[in-house]
Ligand binder design. Structure first.
Ligand SMILES: [Fe+2]
Length: 204
């Protein structure tokens, strides 16, 4: 694992050693079609019908959990010792030529992840909101100030990032379909709060 910093935010990267097994496992997962009854543009990325695909594929589930555990081990605070990140949602994305994914964040999640199933020239671009854009306060030294971090799409490459961090996938311009797996997480365990503990978790 290694980290890269944009503004004060770390993004965590992994190399997936079981990528071929995961690709084989998920290859027949059905996708939702575009909603023909709405005005939703058909140039948007397609996603699988299920947002819980990890439950059907142990090789995927175990890999994601290993990433969650390693990342959380690195960032958690002493008072978080009784917590871990558990996967709450997991789905596959598919961009055909001419499709894109608009700016978005992942609500109801602490940390999100992306696993690239293929290599392409279409990156994922993370954008930190510049609260002082065109502004009046220089909050970081200019040479450390980066608003955007681009994650290249390389087969097996994996990134974990704060779910509140806005990101976008620009128009995909290649004939080969761009596929990724995304997931969300939430904390499970107990957090020390004042003199007590707060129990957190996912209701199943
Ligand atoms: Fe996303």
């Amino acid at each position: 694992m290694f980290t890269t910093q944009i503004l004060p935010i770390d993004i965590f990267a992994f190399e997936c050693e079981v990528i071929d097994e995961i690709i084989e496992a998920v290859k027949d997962e059905p996708f939702k079609d575009h909603d023909k009854t709405s005005l939703v543009l058909t140039d948007l990325v397609l996603q699988t019908k299920s947002t819980f695909i990890h439950a059907n594929h142990p090789v995927l589930d175990e890999y994601i959990q290993r990433c969650n555990d390693e990342m959380w081990q690195h960032v958690k605070q002493p008072e978080d010792t009784e917590t871990r990140l558990v996967t709450t949602q997991c789905w596959m994305n598919e961009s055909k030529k001419g499709q894109r994914h608009r700016h978005h964040t992942h609500p109801n999640s602490v940390v999100s992840g992306i696993l690239y199933l293929c290599t392409s020239d279409t990156p994922t671009m993370f954008t930190h909101p510049n609260l002082y854009k065109n502004g009046f306060i220089q909050v970081y030294p200019a040479d450390q100030h980066h608003d955007t971090f681009s994650s290249e799409a390389v087969k097996g490459f994996t990134v974990l990032f704060p779910s509140s961090l806005s990101h976008v996938v620009p128009y995909h311009n290649e004939d080969e379909i761009r596929r990724t797996i995304s997931w969300n997480t939430f904390l499970e365990g107990s957090i020390k709060v004042g003199i007590g503990t707060l129990k957190v978790g996912v209701v199943k």
